[in-house]
Design a protein around this ligand. Structure first.
Ligand code: NAP
Length: 333
């Protein structure tokens, strides 16, 4: 079978390749062998390939198989697993999702109902589960609908769109921050009444404050870091929280020390990388939310382009291109 592999850390488009490897053997007890048909390319995958999580770590001689999320059909179920061959499933986390076949623990395999498209199923886990984590972080912050404003940076991203939709459903006032003026209209196509401010114009922080209309900014949800997050922290009301969930700028967040002592500002972060370790009842509720979103809001699971596995390097390069309007998928049908 073919698998996306890298042998050294580096720029994803330079180091990723599709190579022939041995097919996986039969699944063990409580495992599932899945023929993977589609998988998304996440910024987090690219950080791993670039070596940003563990700089300088040595890689195995046979290379590293990429990917943790995918969609496909059951080829064979191990003992103790009640899934018939041919069943549509998605999975996360499962190693080597960017391979034509993967063996995954049945605990992390989700059966896909008929009302969820293949493309949405391929995006069922990482982004919607991150959305669930971010909603819990908003809840934990103590912010209340109708009282506090939630600001999202990189508000046009796939994750942010899911979060905005659910925050609005729950009655929160939300302000979106994007980096390009054109991104304002793009986001208003999906959320017509959402106040959206672009950082490429001077005075964007004042515009966010004006959009909050006198309400306290209780939470900033930020995957950018750098200047954007540093400026956004300054917008938080007394006791407000910045929740970091990404590093798109690659730059540190800088916060004046007095914000902590005098304004009780809190900084925290979430990662879907720890989701598999959450209690079963929490994971079940998160998956229920993910399936509801995938079935009821397909417009939030847009696909920018689908590449064949052979073009894995091109797929990775497209993910970082400004102005995308959906997720990049890799197919092996
Ligand atoms: N913590 C977790 O577990 C977790 C899980 C999933 C995703 N994430 C993170 O969530 C973020 C969004 O992921 P996604 O897949 O939803 O993204 P996406 O759909 O690819 O969209 C990326 C968005 O970020 C904007 N952007 C890119 N670089 C930027 C920069 N340097 N400054 C400001 N804005 C920038 C882009 O703006 P343009 O429209 O102008 O190009 C675009 O709107 C990523 O950082 C990702 O790593 C975290």
């Amino acid at each position: 079978m073919r698998a996306a592999v890298y042998f050294k850390h580096g720029k994803p488009e330079d180091v990723l390749q599709a190579v022939d490897v041995e097919d996986p053997k039969h699944p063990d007890h409580n495992e599932v062998l899945i023929r993977v048909l589609l998988r998304p390319v996440h910024h987090g995958d690219l950080l791993g390939i670039a070596g940003r999580y563990q700089p300088g770590a040595a890689l195995p001689k046979e290379g590293v198989r990429v990917g943790f999320e995918g969609y496909g059909i059951v080829e064979e179920a191990g003992s103790g697993v009640d899934l018939k061959p041919g069943t549509r499933v998605a999975f996360f986390p499962g190693r080597g999702a960017w391979s034509e076949k993967a063996i995954v623990s049945a605990e992390y395999v989700t059966e896909i109902p008929d009302d969820v498209s293949d493309e949405a199923a391929a995006q069922l886990h990482v982004n919607p589960l991150t959305t669930a984590l971010l909603l819990r972080a908003v809840e934990t912050s103590g912010a209340k609908p109708g009282h506090d404003v939630v600001v999202l940076t990189a508000a046009g991203s796939a994750v942010a769109r899911l979060v905005i939709g659910l925050l609005l459903d729950r009655g929160f006032d939300v302000v979106g921050v994007v980096r390009r003026e054109a991104g304002v209209n793009e986001l208003n196509v999906v959320f017509p009444d959402l106040p959206v401010v672009s950082t490429d114009k001077p005075g964007w922080r004042d515009k966010v404050v004006a959009a909050a209309d006198g309400h306290p900014i209780g939470v900033v949800l930020d995957p950018v870091g750098g200047d954007t997050a540093s400026a956004a922290v300054g917008l938080l009301a007394q006791g407000g929280s910045l929740v970091s969930y990404g590093d798109l700028s690659g730059q540190p967040i800088s916060v004046p020390a007095l914000y902590f002592s005098t304004r009780d500002i809190r900084l925290s972060g979430v990662t879907v990388g720890r989701w598999a370790g959450l209690p079963v009842n929490v994971r079940k509720a998160d998956l229920k939310l993910a399936l509801e979103l995938a079935a009821s809001k397909p417009e939030l699971f847009l696909v920018e382009q689908t590449f064949d596995l052979a073009d894995v390097a091109k797929a990775a390069a497209l993910v970082e291109k400004p102005g995308k309007s959906g997720t990049v998928l890799i197919a092996s049908r």
